[in-house]
Design a protein around this ligand. Structure first.
Ligand code: SF4
Ligand code: SF4
Length: 390
C-alpha cells in the first residue's frame, strides 16, 4: 500500500500527529461534526471537537471504585486513558428528546413533529467496549418491526474512528466480556497510538470510506514492525486489566440465586441514585413526560433517560413492582448479566467499568457477582428471570 492507491479493508497505514490533525480536518470538510474526548471540568468527556487540538494531549485518568481523577502524563499521548463518565449513547439515544409538540388550532390541536435533521457525526476515539455497546443499542433501537426514527436518523452515516486502548482503566474488565481492548468491528478506521519512537498511529482500515479517506491524506503503509508494535500495545493492555468477571454459566448462577443474602448486603450500601445506569453505555430505560404552558395553547411530549433504580420506573397500574433497593439492584444486575441474554442473545455488559467508577459508594458489579458465586448454594430455580419485588 502506498500513496497512489486506496487501502483496502484490513490494511494498515501510519499517521503522524500532523496526519491525525489532517484526518480530523478532512472529516469536517466532508461535513461531519466531530465528537470525541476532551478535558472539561476535571474529567475526559465526549463533546464536539473543532480539531485535534481539542483532544486531551498529555492527560490520563486514574479510576477505582467510586474514584475518578485526571492526571498529567509524562508524554503527549492523545488517547492515553480509557473511558470517562460519558458514553456514545448520548449521541444517538439522546438524554432528552422532544417527541412532538401541539398547538391549539381552533377547536382541536395541530401536532408538530420534530423535523430538524441531526448532524452527521464522526466519533473520534471510540473504544472496543463502546463499539460493542453501540451494536447493542442498535439492536435495541433499530431491531424489531418498528425502529426508533430519531435514533435511526442520528446513527445514519456515522463515521467511526476507533482507538485500540493503550492502557486499561482501573475498573475495566473488557477482556472478561470479550469486547476489548482491541476494536474488532463497527469502525471505519481503528488507531493504535505508538509512543515508543516517533509519536505515531497505526491505522487499520475498517471500511471502504475509511480507506478512501486515508488515500486522500496520502499516508504511507504501516511496516511489519509498526504492526507488531501495535499488536504489542493491545496485548499489554489486555494483561493489565483492572478487573475480571467470571462469566461461566452466569445466567444460571444469577437466576438460581434470586434469594441470595448478598442482595441485602448490597442494598444496605446502594443509594439507588441511578448513576450506574446513566453512565452505562448499554442501559436504555426511558420515560415520557407531557407538559403544557400556562395558557393551555401549547403542549409538548418529551422522552428522557430513566433508570430501573427510580421508584416510579416500576409503577404499573396502581403500584410499584420494585419498592426496595434490594429488588432494584437485583433487577439491574440480573437484567444486565442474565435476562439480557434471554432478551437479546448477549450479555448487557461490555466491561467498561463506568458503573464501578461512578458509583458514589464504590459498588463493584464484578465483586457482587464474585460474592454470589463464592457462596452459590441455593437450589436451582425455574428459569424466567427476575422481575418482581422482595
Ligand atoms: S449501585 Fe451505586 S451508582 Fe448504582 S444506584 Fe446504587 S449507589 Fe447509585
Ligand atoms: S454494567 Fe457497568 S461495566 Fe457493564 S457496560 Fe454497564 S457501565 Fe459498563
Amino acid at each position: 500500500m502506498g500513496t497512489d492507491r486506496t487501502p483496502s479493508v484490513g490494511e494498515h497505514a501510519v499517521l503522524s500527529g500532523e496526519d491525525l490533525a489532517a484526518l480530523l480536518r478532512a472529516l469536517r470538510e466532508l461535513g461531519y461534526t466531530l465528537v470525541g474526548p476532551t478535558l472539561r471540568e476535571g474529567a475526559i468527556v465526549y463533546a464536539e471537537l473543532t480539531g485535534a487540538e481539542d483532544l486531551p494531549a498529555g492527560w490520563t485518568e486514574v479510576q477505582e471504585a467510586g474514584t475518578y481523577r485526571v492526571e498529567r502524563r509524562d508524554d503527549q499521548a492523545v488517547f492515553g486513558y480509557a473511558v470517562g463518565p460519558h458514553s456514545w449513547k448520548q449521541s444517538f439515544f439522546v438524554p432528552r428528546l422532544r417527541l412532538w409538540s401541539a398547538r391549539r388550532d381552533g377547536r382541536g390541536f395541530a401536532i408538530e413533529s420534530n423535523t430538524d435533521a441531526p448532524p452527521r457525526l464522526a466519533l473520534i476515539g471510540a473504544r472496543g467496549c463502546d463499539l460493542h455497546a453501540i451494536a447493542m443499542q442498535d439492536r435495541i433501537f433499530l431491531g424489531g418491526a418498528r425502529g426508533d426514527a430519531d435514533y435511526a436518523a442520528r446513527r445514519e452515516g456515522v463515521f467511526v474512528v476507533a482507538v485500540n486502548c493503550g492502557q486499561a482503566g482501573g475498573t475495566c474488565f473488557c477482556v472478561s466480556m470479550g469486547t476489548g481492548p482491541r476494536a474488532t468491528a463497527g469502525f471505519d478506521l481503528a488507531l493504535t497510538e505508538l509512543l515508543d519512537g516517533p509519536h505515531r498511529f497505526v491505522a487499520e482500515v475498517g471500511s471502504e470510506i475509511g480507506g478512501t479517506l486515508l488515500a486522500r491524506l496520502g499516508v504511507p503503509a504501516a511496516t511489519e514492525a509498526d504492526r507488531r508494535a501495535a499488536d504489542a500495545v493491545a496485548e499489554r493492555t489486555a494483561r493489565s486489566m483492572g478487573r475480571t468477571l467470571d462469566t461461566r454459566d452466569i445466567k444460571e448462577l444469577l437466576y438460581r440465586n434470586h434469594e441470595h443474602p448478598r442482595w441485602d448486603d448490597v442494598a444496605a450500601r446502594c443509594l439507588t441514585c441511578a448513576n450506574c445506569t446513566l453512565v452505562c453505555p448499554t442501559c436504555f430505560c426511558a420515560t415520557v413526560e407531557d407538559t403544557t404552558d400556562l395558557t393551555g395553547d401549547h403542549a409538548e411530549r418529551w422522552r428522557t433517560w430513566d433508570s430501573c433504580f427510580t421508584l416510579d420506573h416500576s409503577y404499573i397500574h396502581g403500584g410499584n413492582v420494585r419498592t426496595s433497593p434490594r429488588a432494584r439492584y437485583r433487577q439491574w444486575l440480573t437484567h444486565k448479566l442474565a435476562s439480557w441474554i434471554d432478551q437479546f442473545g448477549t450479555s448487557g455488559c461490555v466491561g467498561c467499568g463506568r458503573c464501578v467508577t461512578w458509583c458514589p459508594v464504590g459498588i463493584d458489579i464484578t465483586r457482587e457477582v464474585a460474592a454470589i458465586r463464592a457462596t452459590d448454594s441455593a437450589p436451582a430455580a425455574p428459569p424466567g428471570g427476575v422481575h418482581g419485588d422482595a
